[in-house]
Write a protein that binds this ligand. Structure first.
Ligand SMILES: *Cc1c(COP(=O)(O)O)cnc(C)c1O
Length: 223
């Protein structure tokens, strides 16, 4: 069986230049993460605050941690002191809490706004209408302890590639529109985080700048 380290090296050699790889290590052990770290990879994604805290304490301090799951507002303070980026900002309320906890921690926290692009109701994220309403309100512009770096989205879980392609194209189109209308003078608004083990090639064709890949690197998850 190929090791996590060799999976990482192989995938990195295949990704086009400029595409950032977030190795999604949720449910995986610190030892498995260390295997990937040993191959020179330092960027990992987790989706539960408590699990992330435990791993962070057990692992090297130069790891760049990305938060990619639904985040309850009362958990923000746990990760605010160290998180590199929160990719899954899905409400204005959450962004407000991140802004205040970042200020309290003396940091500016990078964030992606999560857009709901899938057919499934179960997935989190803003609709484009909710997002533009939030941006027009001016509330976001007054938050000085968050850096809005772009958008994140998850496509429908389906083998229907044309459906997935359509959803990623929609996310790219929303990104371009928001960049033009609200973030034209914000150079760090440049990331489109889309693509997972099953659909990252389609996502890259549609303009992804960041892929979040778990199973293909670490093997199938049990939960
Ligand atoms: C689990 C997860 C991933 C990785 O999924 P794989 O199919 O294992 O590559 C990516 N993004 C989010 C938000 C996730 O929760």
């Amino acid at each position: 069986m190929p090791s996590v380290a060799s999976n990482i090296l192989k995938l990195k050699s295949e990704l086009p230049p400029g595409i950032k790889l977030v190795a999604v290590s949720k449910t995986k052990t610190a030892a498995e993460i260390l295997d990937a770290y040993g191959a020179g990879h330092k960027c990992f994604g987790e989706n539960k605050a408590q699990e992330l805290l435990a791993k962070k304490d057990a692992l090297p301090s130069d790891i760049e941690w990305h938060f990619i799951g639904h985040l309850q507002t009362n958990k923000v303070k746990l990760i605010a002191p160290f998180i590199s980026i929160i990719q899954s900002v899905d409400t204005l309320k959450l962004l407000t809490v991140i802004n205040s906890e970042a200020a309290r921690a003396g940091r500016v926290i990078n964030c992606l706004l999560q857009l709901h692009i899938a057919e499934e109701e179960t997935k989190f994220g803003f609709s484009i209408e909710e997002l533009t309403t939030a941006l027009v309100s001016g509330a976001v512009g007054n938050m000085h302890s968050v850096n809005i770096c772009g958008l994140m989205g998850m496509a429908s879980f389906t083998d229907n590639t044309s459906q997935v392609r359509k959803e990623f194209a929609y996310l790219k189109q929303c990104f371009d529109r928001l960049k033009h209308e609200y973030f034209g003078t914000t150079p760090h608004f440049k990331e489109i985080s889309m693509g997972m083990s099953g659909d990252y090639k389609t996502a890259i064709e549609a303009g992804s700048t960041m892929v979040r890949i778990g199973g293909k690197l670490f093997g199938e998850r049990k939960k």
